[in-house]
Design a protein. Structure first.
Length: 371
């Protein structure tokens, strides 16, 4: 393996259970030292990828390389990966220290080195003061940190994490997200994290892999996946969206003239579209402006009525029913000195956004006209 090779390479992986294909030609390179999250709904195949990497399942087709070595047929206990499960799977009759030392003893590591590595791992997760406790006397967050320490003490090439934060309360989950991200940096170890929670994925990851029905839909940084979804599935799955209907009139350079919700609109996109092609306009809640009247700088003005308002402390959300029949979610940020007018249900307003703030995608539910 050279310095530019990925630490993990999945090449055209196929996995079937009975007559169901759960992974369909999945290829993925995972970089050394990165925090990569596999994101998707239940049943999309994300946990199956972890199980294949860990050696708990064998692919029907394709290959898995770890550190430059093909490991398809290598047994789980011989692979330089460790897995942290949702249940943590700690030995209840052993102390925290003994839980961490167990795997090292099984591999014949000298006692002095075991002590050093266990102490380092306990310091990493700030649990040295609980080294002699049993797991049943620890909180859920402490047990989770012990499970992670037990995994990293063996110095694997990659740490595999299967939704390990799902059982924690919201505040503890956020603290553990920060801690995991810091650990990845300090250890220089590759973390492969599986979750269905996009906020969790974005908070920790260098890159996010969005999956759907056994296929990869998009790979990118959190910013790329959120701000530049490649299709309607990603746009809908990742974050809140408002989706408007349109049809292309003409395109010149990056300027797209279209009819959107029955009104003329000028959009910005580098993608190729043809006159008459149905399109979808994707807008995030924070990109939508609410005005009492139209402004010529805006891409489009959609009149509507406020139907609901939601106060969230630092933001003010509104649901707006446009006259064209769409419901649009708007998020506005404010502070104590904000002197804007905050709308109430029943108010008539105009929804707008600046040209270029939108994402334009083909309407995947319809056939595009021939080129």
């Amino acid at each position: 393996m050279t310095g530019t090779d990925p630490i993990i390479r999945l090449d055209n992986l196929v996995k079937r259970f009975d007559d169901t294909t759960v992974l369909d030609r999945v290829s993925l390179d995972i970089r050394d030292g990165e925090f990569l999250t596999i994101l998707g709904p239940s049943g999309c195949g994300k946990t199956t990828i972890l199980r294949l990497l860990a050696g708990f399942e064998t692919p029907d087709e394709g290959s898995i390389h770890l550190g430059g070595e093909r490991i398809n047929d290598k047994p789980a206990n011989s692979r330089r990966v460790n897995t942290v499960f949702q249940s943590y799977a700690l030995f209840p009759h052993m102390s925290v220290r003994d839980n961490l030392a167990f795997g090292l003893k099984m591999h014949g590591v000298p006692a002095r080195e075991i002590d050093e590595r266990v102490n380092e791992a306990l310091d990493l997760v700030d649990l040295a003061y609980l080294a002699n406790r049993k797991p049943d006397s620890l909180s859920g967050g402490q047990q989770q940190r012990v499970a992670i320490a037990r995994a990293v003490v063996n110095k694997p090439l990659a740490l595999l994490l299967d939704e390990p934060l799902s059982a924690l309360d919201a505040k503890l989950r956020k603290r553990m997200q920060v801690r995991l991200k810091r650990m990845c940096r300090e250890l220089g170890m590759t973390f492969v994290f599986v979750t269905h929670d996009q906020e969790e994925a974005f908070a920790m990851s260098d890159r996010v892999v969005v999956m759907n029905e056994g296929r990869i839909e998009q790979i990118g940084t959190p910013e790329e996946v959120y701000e530049e979804p490649v299709n309607l599935y990603v746009a809908r799955f990742v974050g809140e969206t408002s989706i408007l209907d349109g049809e292309v009139v003409s395109k010149e350079g990056e300027t797209l003239n279209a009819m959107v919700e029955g009104l003329p609109c000028e959009l910005k996109t580098s993608k190729d579209f043809q006159p008459g092609q149905p399109i979808k306009i994707i807008l995030r809640p924070e990109d939508i402006l609410v005005e009492l009247k139209s402004d010529t700088q805006h891409a489009l003005w959609l009149p509507g009525t406020v139907t609901e308002t939601i106060y969230k402390g630092s933001t003010w959300d509104m649901v707006i029913a446009t006259d064209s029949g769409k419901h649009i979610l708007v998020t506005e940020f404010f502070n104590e000195d904000d002197d804007r007018i905050w709308h109430k249900p029943g108010d008539r307003i105009v929804v707008s956004w600046y040209k270029g703030w939108e994402v334009v995608l083909p309407d995947e539910d319809q056939d595009a006209p021939p080129v």
